[in-house]
Design a protein around this ligand. Structure first.
Ligand code: HEC
Ligand code: HEC
Ligand code: HEC
Ligand code: HEC
Length: 445
């Protein structure tokens, strides 16, 4: 009884804060609300109806629970906790000496809705993994009325996370798919060295893979729908902002002379040593003032952002390029110089964020121009490394989907490009560039 009173005062204090900071909602994991558990969402008549197709119900689909639990990648969140029970996860945890993975906050803060015990209602189960409230926010204050109230703003005020807003969504997904400054939401090189897979992410694609809603006419009267290309661009700018924030956070990047290896291109170090001319893969890159044989910052999001900027604001594009070059150069100089360059690029990304938010992405000519820049960048020999090629491929797929470029020739050309980006160990820049060149010819028609 006494405990309940304390909790409610505590969460009241946090609610007020949350509404003051309406522009930057707190992450569901830290929203201070009680999390009621997936079971409280999953009953028939609510979100647990067994009907086919996205958005099968009259207002919302009502089958979201089954879509969340679907086989394959689209239902991965429902199995994020189970993954921690596998021999792979147990080995990672053993290598790190943190006890069983399924009990370690170092793992649970991304693989489950790991709110404090005091905020777990009766039906809450940690084994539900990344449950509904890990994204939609603790339902304590909106569970009772969100079904009868059509007013989305009211729900958001009561703690529903605004997942439809692409900037807010980017912040949410990036917490786990890139990392955050929170204590246990970062996959350092140490954790990767212990066996954790490399993280990769693209907002529009990943949203589509796990999509359990339908954006029909009814939906757009309730919520604003951003074009896919804009979601892509917001994802890129948010990822770069987040990366630089983490880089500038000494708790994350460390105080030593060499920053945390997470920020570097994995395959610059992790690739077979070439034994002759034939398999020598190093090539100069016009955006990196670095010679051979040095570690390279992972600049994949920066490359994509430069392509977007070239379609939106060429002056800003040039500044991004110059700031990026300066950061690469500084990575070989002092840590002071490195931080200074990161701060300059960080400020430019803020400008880019406002350009991306205000631009009209429903204009197909502009989206086409950006897509052309993405494939053209390859002609300029920029995709020298796998991580950059991976993001370029995501961009080609999402921007061409947005433009509905789905002719057989286009689909085949994209498939061919994708064949060259199947694995870091077989990535071949020249073949990938040639495949993109083919896509470019279709864009000119
Ligand atoms: C910053 C968030 C984050 C943290 C912290 C984290 N993970 Fe992960 N983990 C992920 C994401 C995201 C994926 C999916 C990667 C992908 O496929 O892109 C993943 C994937 C995995 C996989 C592979 C799953 C599969 O289906 O093959 C294992 C195993 C795993 N994590 C174990 C762990 C363990 C053990 C810990 C704690 C030491 C941990 N993770 C900490 C985010 C995180
Ligand atoms: C990984 C994050 C994530 C998880 C986990 C998640 N959702 Fe969602 N959900 C989203 C996003 C993103 C959207 C689309 C944007 C929007 O409408 O808010 C969405 C949309 C919805 C919608 C459609 C809203 C509308 O206005 O049409 C419903 C209903 C929903 N989710 C319910 C659930 C339920 C129930 C669960 C758990 C079984 C769940 N979601 C799990 C991220 C998530
Ligand atoms: C609380 C942490 C968390 C949040 C927030 C989160 N994810 Fe995930 N996501 C994960 C983990 C962990 C996995 C891997 C689970 C597994 O392997 O079963 C994953 C897997 C996925 C997958 C399957 C593909 C893959 O890489 O394994 C997609 C798609 C995905 N997430 C999209 C999203 C999107 C879109 C958002 C934001 C709306 C989001 N996620 C938010 C933790 C999270
Ligand atoms: C500057 C070079 C460098 C970069 C960049 C780098 N690593 Fe490493 N990595 C190392 C070294 C050194 C080791 C330790 C090798 C050993 O102990 O045998 C290592 C070990 C590992 C291991 C353990 C290998 C094994 O089989 O035991 C994994 C996995 C790993 N790194 C993944 C990554 C990922 C993912 C990235 C990108 C985010 C990355 N590394 C970036 C140098 C690097």
């Amino acid at each position: 009884m006494f405990r309940t009173v304390i909790i409610s005062i505590f969460s009241f204090a946090l609610c007020t804060l949350a509404s003051v900071y309406a522009q930057a909602p707190s992450a569901p994991l830290m929203d201070g609300y009680n999390h009621t558990g997936v079971a409280s969402c999953a009953t028939a008549g609510c979100h647990g109806d067994q009907v086919a197709g996205p958005g099968a119900g009259p207002v919302v689909g009502q089958n979201e629970y089954f879509r969340w639990r679907a086989f394959g990648e689209s239902g991965a969140h429902s199995r994020a906790y189970e993954v921690l029970l596998t021999p792979h996860a147990q080995r990672i945890a053993r290598n790190l000496g943190i006890g069983p993975a399924q009990k370690a906050d170092e793992c649970l803060d991304c693989h489950a809705d790991n709110v404090p015990d005091t905020l777990r209602s009766e039906r809450f189960q940690i084994s539900d993994g990344v449950g509904c409230e890990a994204c939609h926010g603790g339902a304590q204050d909106w569970l009772a009325f969100h079904r009868s109230s059509a007013d989305h703003a009211l729900n958001v005020e009561a703690g529903l996370y605004p997942t439809e807003d692409p900037s807010a969504r980017a912040q949410l997904c990036l917490n786990c798919h890139l990392g955050s400054g929170a204590k246990n939401q970062f996959v350092s090189h140490k954790i990767m060295g212990a066996g954790h897979p490399r993280l990769k992410f693209e907002l529009d694609l990943y949203t589509t893979i796990q999509q359990h809603h339908r954006t029909d006419a009814g939906y757009s009267t309730r919520k604003t729908v951003a074009p896919g290309a804009q979601v892509w661009a917001i994802g890129q700018v948010s990822a770069l902002q987040r990366t630089l924030d983490l880089l500038l956070d000494k708790k994350i990047s460390g105080e030593g002379p060499f920053p945390e290896l997470f920020f570097f291109d994995c395959h610059a170090c992790h690739q077979p040593i070439s034994s002759g001319l034939k398999d020598l893969s190093w090539r100069p890159n016009p955006l990196r003032p670095l010679g051979p044989g040095v570690p390279i910052l992972n600049d994949a999001n920066l490359f994509m952002l430069i392509a977007a900027a070239r379609g939106l604001d060429t002056v800003l594009a040039e500044r991004l390029e110059n700031n990026g070059r300066a950061l690469h150069a500084a990575s070989l100089q002092s840590s002071k110089q490195f931080r200074r360059s990161a701060i300059v690029l960080r400020a430019t990304t803020d400008e880019m964020a406002s350009r991306v938010l205000s631009a009209d992405f429903s204009d197909p000519a502009m989206v086409r121009a950006i897509l052309r820049e993405v494939v053209d960048a390859s002609l300029a020999e920029r995709y020298t490394n796998y991580a950059a090629a991976e993001q370029a491929l995501f961009a080609v797929q999402r921007l061409s989907a947005d433009l509905e470029l789905n002719s057989t020739e286009m689909t085949t050309a994209i498939e061919q490009a994708s064949n060259h980006v199947q694995s870091p160990s077989t990535y071949d820049q020249i073949r990938f560039r040639d495949a993109l060149r083919k896509i470019e010819t279709f864009l000119e028609q």
